[in-house]
Design a protein around this ligand. Sequence first.
Ligand code: AMP
Ligand code: MG
Length: 360
Amino acid sequence: MLKVMDGKDEEGLRRAGRILQEGGLVAFPTETVYGLGGDALNPDSSRKIYEAKGRPSDNPLIVHIYRWEDVSRIASKVPEEAKKIADAFWPGPLTMILPKADIVPHETTGGLDTVAIRMPSHPAARKLIEYAGGFVAAPSANLSGRPSPTQARFVLEDLDGRVDMILDGGDVGIGLESTIIDLTVQPAQILRPGFVTREMLEDVLGKVEVDATLLRSDINQAPRAPGMKYRHYAPKGDLTIISGPIGQVVAYINEQSGKKAAAGERVGVIATKETRRQYQAQVIKCVGSRQDELEIGRRLYAILREFDEEGVTCIYSEAFFGGGYGQAIMNRLLKAAGHKVVRIGSPDGKKGEGHDSDWK
Ligand code: AMP
Ligand code: MG
């Protein structure tokens, strides 16, 4: 029977650690999103994770550790850059890719010879990893393709009956998955944008590149993080992003919402604090203020799931292009929308439907 335990409860954490050591699965809070943990060095545990999530087995798992010394046990080479960014950002929402050591099974790395490593800062996560023996493979604790869970109830919704225990840590702090940086290439390359931005990494490492496929859908090339090629983070309703001058965006969304509602759809809008009162639609959700990107990141996945709960079949969202953390927000939104973007008020005066390609 599934046990939901308080993530602050010492006894619960120890029991969870034992479950992992015995090859079971435990969902737990981290500062980014909830993770679905298994023993990273046990190939059977990794297989179970893929099965529980319905995740394609070529999509590698991130190995979570709780102390720096353990990096050299699972990586065959630890470049100087690894130590530099660990000093700057660990524990925290940053994952580094390094060549894997033999001890890490290919079941955990999706068949790759590299391993993704992160040291989370959430106290429950850190204790759990320690009690589990030091190495916990943990993708986000959602069914594959669904928005990552930012609350324990969303984990329960997706994984009830598929995990041995859920540790409840309340709302997560960040709400978007970790930044992934590949240190096996020169210069280092960001494979997934997150809370730790390119600018922050460049301050520590010098030049850092960004995988060109991340914000664009027209590049005929697979993203370098295998997981980034899948449609992801998707609500059940059909999501379209509308980009352009904000007044025109609001007008367009209102017009489309009216038409869709008349056709029998239940329409939802992702609005901001600045625009929420200007919309007319059945379900309007405020993702936060444009002045506060952290709030937007924290709210985004919960909103996508709330639309599902409220039976919304058609969703419009404003766009959030921008540098820094805005890249992570827009990357997730684009994936949730299957890259469906309508551009209005473009410089040539045409209304473009389809690609997000010229944007950065
Ligand atoms: P999740 O655990 O759901 O946040 O997904 C983990 C992400 O890390 C996926 O997009 C994976 O493709 C990516 N990842 C994990 N290990 C590697 C690796 N060795 N090389 C490149 N990407 C990786
Ligand atoms: Mg995930």
